[in-house]
Design a protein around this ligand. Structure first.
Ligand code: NAI
Length: 326
């Protein structure tokens, strides 16, 4: 029997993994995030399963190696939280490259519809018997230009949704995707021409703070910015400046630069000490969701199924198809 330590788990993780249980794999569910302080919880385990806000740094990897843990199975697609350089040749890292692009693409469109038609404000108004329409004017999405940065699995699915709204679609990606439902342009042209900009590229060293003072300056007045990708793609202070000046009319953020300490946990009884996040949340034209875009039944089941296959392949000594530490 092999034992796997699952970090940062919630009830919905436990439920979906129950469906794909393997008699030879004993899962130990922990609520703690994996980081330098908690890595010792994985001692005596054969593998570890981690999520987006676990910090798989060099110290963590060296400790895991010393415990004889040979595999970190990420139950997500992104891997910007892993020190791959340290991992290579010492600890295998596998991921779930694709589970449901629909979940994330649909969440992105959901945020656009909510921000544009001000549904979050309308919901609160009518519950308070306030039936005024003042301040709720939106615009038709029909014929508006959406700029998609990153046209991989999620960006492509998002472009198909935008096509359904008869939007003009622009894309920027260093690698072209033949199925993409729009016109490829340079990043500058996308920034200058889009009414709505949606981020769907991975976070890399090169594109950290892709959205900053300079790139916001190039955008149309009144642009919407949607980020369901990774928080560090946006320099949050630049975004706040853009929102304050009115250059940015609205922002939909499912991810946030400093989300690790906050997202997935309930702080409703406490004062939040992150003034930047508090500023964003206080704005009527900003919606923050706590890295929720992946959270559909279909995505959770697909994540659990692929993760269990990844673990089984490792324990059976088979080739690791979803390895990223090669
Ligand atoms: P993918 O690998 O299929 O596509 C990513 C695309 O981005 C590729 O075509 C790549 O060439 C392109 N790209 C890379 N660097 C770029 C840059 N600097 N500018 C423009 N394009 C660039 O990945 P997929 O599945 O579409 O996921 C995209 C991202 O979505 C993930 O990396 C992850 O950060 C995020 N994500 C967020 C979730 C959430 O719950 N909020 C859930 C799943 C993924």
């Amino acid at each position: 029997m092999k034992t796997v330590a699952f970090f940062d788990t919630k009830s919905y993780d436990r439920e979906s993994f129950k469906k794909f249980q393997d008699p030879d794999i004993n899962i130990r569910f922990f609520e703690n995030k994996l980081n330098s302080d908690t890595v010792s919880m994985a001692a005596c385990c054969d593998a570890v399963c981690a999520f987006v806000n676990d910090d798989i740094n060099s110290f963590v990897l060296e400790k895991l190696e010393s415990y004889g843990v040979g595999l970190v199975a990420l139950r997500c697609a992104g891997y910007n939280n892993v020190d791959l350089k340290t991992a290579r040749g010492r600890v295998h890292i596998v991921r779930v490259p694709s589970y449901s692009p629909y979940a994330i693409a649909e969440h992105s469109m959901g945020m656009i519809l909510l921000l544009n038609r001000k549904l979050h404000r309308a919901y609160i108004r009518t519950r308070d018997h306030n039936f005024s329409l003042e301040g709720l004017t939106g615009f038709d999405l029909n014929q508006k230009t959406v700029g998609i940065i990153g046209t991989g699995k999620i960006g492509l699915t998002f472009s198909e949704i935008c096509q359904g709204f008869s939007m003009d679609i622009l894309g920027y990606d260093p690698y072209k995707n033949n199925d993409f439902k729009g016109k490829y342009v340079s990043l500058d042209e996308l920034l200058e021409s889009s009414d709505i900009i949606s981020l769907h590229c991975p976070l890399t060293k090169e594109n950290k703070h892709l959205i900053n003072d300079k790139t916001i300056e190039k955008m149309k007045n009144g642009v919407f910015i949607i980020n369901t990708s990774r928080g560090q793609l946006i320099d949050t202070q630049s975004l706040i400046n853009g929102l304050k000046s009115g250059k940015v009319a609205a922002a939909g953020l499912d991810v946030y630069e400093e989300e690790t300490a906050l997202f997935f946990e309930d702080f409703s009884d406490e004062v939040i000490h992150d003034d930047t996040l508090s500023t964003l949340i206080s704005m009527p034209n900003v919606i923050v969701t706590s890295h929720q875009a992946f959270l559909t039944k279909e995505a959770l089941y697909a994540i659990a199924e692929t993760t269990m296959k990844n673990l089984k392949s490792y324990f059976d000594g088979e080739e690791l198809q979803n390895e990223i530490s090669v």
